[in-house]
Structure formats: structure tokens, C-alpha cells
Design a protein around this ligand. Structure first.
Ligand code: PLP
Length: 380
């Protein structure tokens, strides 16, 4: 299989390997699609290079699985996506950047219009062309990022002169607290979305990201926009993750060494060996997406790697190009110079690592290394 980016070097020259399982991504899409009924379309959020997994490989795989509507974040991503998928519907979540409408038309992209200024610009374009080009309208139901306010939306929807020229192919909003299904914000936003969109029953509606899909049919409307769950991430904080893992990061052991009790490990001497330790130093660091905030220090545990089912905790600071792991409790026959250690993947959930790094698995995925060998293959 040819990798997303050219991999011109022999494997053993890489500090690590990133394996992406396209079939698992397609399976995750089918699973999410099966969670909604037949009148709801399952789209895909494919921004940030398909959450770090490689849009050029992932987009065709999702299309082959049956996905027909895609959400990029910025126009550049969307234009690249159009080259890959000539027949898909492509929305640009960040909306219409000033003066870029011509590019949207050229590549048949649909902006998600998030302000009155954007709406006016798109309307003018349609008027000038004498043609009604499709676009989504974003309404704000409480996240206060992009989107028309309820009042703006109400005004616009009754103003034929304003809305008339273009085709509103979708009206959407975005959940602020989807990962916490019990948060009252979810119901509040659902109610607001229903109220705001009640006057436009003819326009298809969309509210749910991955979390929204898992929160049940009330949130589904006509189209759902999963991202993180496609890529194996954990959409709901307090529920088991039903998605298949899609990515594995393995880092190469450069050296195995003994550290005497009381000596310190790494930059800043933040971690003292509480007992004599066996360490493995692996060739991956924060420049490869192994977030530095998952470092350990005395009194604060860090992330971990896994070797043949055995846990190898991170010791001290994560450096740019290397991480020290505690392999004291790993059977010696599993340890060898050159061997690969799983740093993220089926045995090391990104959401678990994220808890140590005080972040979310989204950040791990979208930070994944550009320096690793990249392989598209099944994980299991
Ligand atoms: C990123 C994004 C999504 C996908 O969200 P996930 O939580 O990754 O499922 C859906 N809608 C909008 C507006 C987004 O920005």
C-alpha cells in the first residue's frame, strides 16, 4: 500500500511508525450511520487533514463506504478535498473568508455562512451571477463562536430580498458541551435550535457532532457531522468508547540503561528514580506529537507506552525528539535496541494519554508526527 506522504527511506531509519487503519475508519462511519435512522444522512468532518490521519487516503475510503457530504474547516482543505472527491458535497465550516467567493464557486464548495456579512457577500454573488448557489447557514445556539444570533436569523429568514438569491441547503448549529451528555447546555441548545429553525421547516437541519449522535435521535435531525468518533476518539466523557481504534504510534528504542535510585531523569531534573530503574529511551518526542504536557515529575504521573501488554510509564520531561520510559517491570525478552514501543493506539488510548496531558484526544490525533514512517494497514 502506498502511504499518504512518500516514505522514501527504509523503515529502520525512522524514529517511529504511524499506522492508520482505513477500514477501521470506514467501519466507524458505518457504525455511526447505523445509529441514525434512514432519513438522517451521516456526513464526515474531515478538517485538519482528517484529524491527522491523512485526508488524501481517508476521504476516498469514506466515500467508498457511502459518505457523500464532507465538512472541511478552511477553504484550502476543501479545495484539496475537491480534487480527491469530484462528486461529494463539501462544506467549509469556517465560512466565507472575505473576497473568496469565486474560489468557492470554482471548486463547488459550500460555505457555512456564519455572519450577516458572509450572508450578504454570498447573496450578492448569487445576484450578480443570476444563479442561486447552495450554502449552509450557521445559527448560534449558545457556543458564541460562529453563527447568526436568533434575532438575526429570524430577520434574515423573513427578508426575501436578502435570502432569496441563494439556496440555503442546510441550517446548522454546534453543541458546546456534547462530551458531557448530562450537561443542561445540550437540552438548552436543542430547544433553541428547534425554536430558531421552526419557521424554516423546508431547510434540512444539522446539530450533532459525534457526541450528539450518541446522545440519541432528538439530536439527529437531517444530517449528522461526526469527526472524532470516526477517528476512534472518545466522544462522550463518561461512557465506554465503542469505536475502533484507527491509529497506532510506535517509537523505536535507542538505548536501554540503568538509573540508580535517587538520580534524576531528563531536562529540569524533575523526576527522581524512587528505586533502581531500568529505562528505555525511545525516538519520539513533542515534535512528533507526543505532547509535552504528558511529562512526569516527582508527585505528578505522566503518560505511558505499552510493550507487549506491559505498561512503561514516561519518566521526566518529554523532549523534542525523545522520551524516557520506565521498563523496570517489562520482561527483559521484550526489550531490545531497535524494538518498537506503542505510544498511542489500541493499547494506549489517546483519551487516556490526554487525561495525563490535561487535554483531549482531538489534540493528540491532530498533532501526530510528520517525522514518522507512515503506513496504511490494518491494526488488528
Ligand atoms: C469539528 C466539528 C464537528 C465534528 O465534531 P466531533 O466532536 O469531532 O465529532 C462537527 N461540527 C462542527 C461545526 C465542527 O467544528
Amino acid at each position: 500500500m502506498s502511504p499518504s506522504r512518500p516514505t522514501p527511506f527504509p523503515s529502520e531509519l525512522y524514529g517511529g511508525r504511524l499506522t492508520i487503519d482505513l477500514e477501521a475508519i470506514a467501519d466507524n462511519w458505518s457504525f455511526l450511520d447505523s445509529k441514525t435512522d434512514a432519513r438522517t444522512e451521516c456526513a464526515a468532518a474531515i478538517k485538519a487533514d482528517a484529524y491527522g490521519t491523512g485526508q488524501d487516503r481517508v476521504a476516498p475510503a469514506l466515500f467508498a463506504a457511502g459518505c457523500r457530504t464532507f465538512f472541511a474547516a478552511v477553504p484550502t482543505e476543501a479545495i484539496e478535498l475537491r480534487r480527491l472527491l469530484p462528486d461529494a458535497v463539501i462544506y467549509v465550516l469556517d465560512g466565507l473568508f472575505p473576497g473568496t467567493a469565486e474560489h468557492f464557486l470554482e471548486h463547488r464548495l459550500r460555505p457555512v455562512l456564519g455572519s450577516l456579512e458572509e450572508l450578504a457577500e454570498w447573496s450578492d454573488l448569487c445576484k450578480a451571477a443570476g444563479q442561486s448557489f447552495p450554502a449552509a447557514v450557521h445559527v448560534d445556539t449558545g457556543i458564541h463562536r460562529l453563527g447568526l444570533s436568533a434575532t438575526q436569523f429570524a430577520d434574515v429568514m423573513t427578508d426575501k430580498a436578502f435570502l432569496g438569491p441563494f439556496e440555503a441547503s442546510l441550517v446548522m448549529s454546534h453543541l458546546a458541551c456534547g462530551s458531557a451528555p448530562d450537561h443542561p447546555m445540550n437540552r438548552h441548545q436543542l430547544d433553541r435550535f428547534r425554536q430558531i429553525t421552526a419557521p424554516v421547516p423546508h431547510i434540512p437541519k444539522s446539530l450533532a457532532n459525534s457526541a450528539g449522535i450518541l446522545m440519541g435521535p432528538d439530536f439527529h435531525f437531517d444530517l449528522v457531522r461526526p469527526g472524532i468518533a470516526l477517528y476512534g476518539g472518545k466522544a462522550l466523557d463518561n461512557a465506554p468508547n465503542a469505536m475502533k481504534p484507527v491509529a497506532r504510534v510506535e517509537a523505536r528504542i535507542m538505548i536501554l540503561r540503568d538509573v540508580p535510585q535517587g538520580d534524576t531523569i531528563g531536562y529540569g531534573a524533575t523526576q527522581t528514580a524512587p528505586r533502581p530503574l531500568k529505562n528505555a529511551v525511545v525516538a519520539a518526542g513533542y515534535a512528533d506529537g507526543m505532547l509535552r504536557r504528558a511529562s512526569s515529575s516527582d508527585g505528578r504521573p505522566g503518560g505511558f507506552g505499552m510493550i507487549g501488554g506491559h505498561r512503561a510509564p514516561i519518566l521526566g520531561r518529554i523532549s523534542m525528539d525523545m522520551i524516557t520510559l520506565d521498563v523496570t517491570d517489562v520482561p527483559p525478552d521484550l526489550l531490545a535496541r531497535g524494538a518498537l514501543v506503542e505510544m498511542l493506539g489500541p493499547d494506549v488510548a489517546a483519551s487516556d494519554l490526554a487525561a495525563y496531558a490535561e487535554t483531549i484526544d482531538y489534540e493528540y490525533l491532530t498533532s501526530l508526527g510528520r517525522r514518522f514512517e507512515r503506513v496504511y494497514a490494518r491494526l488488528s
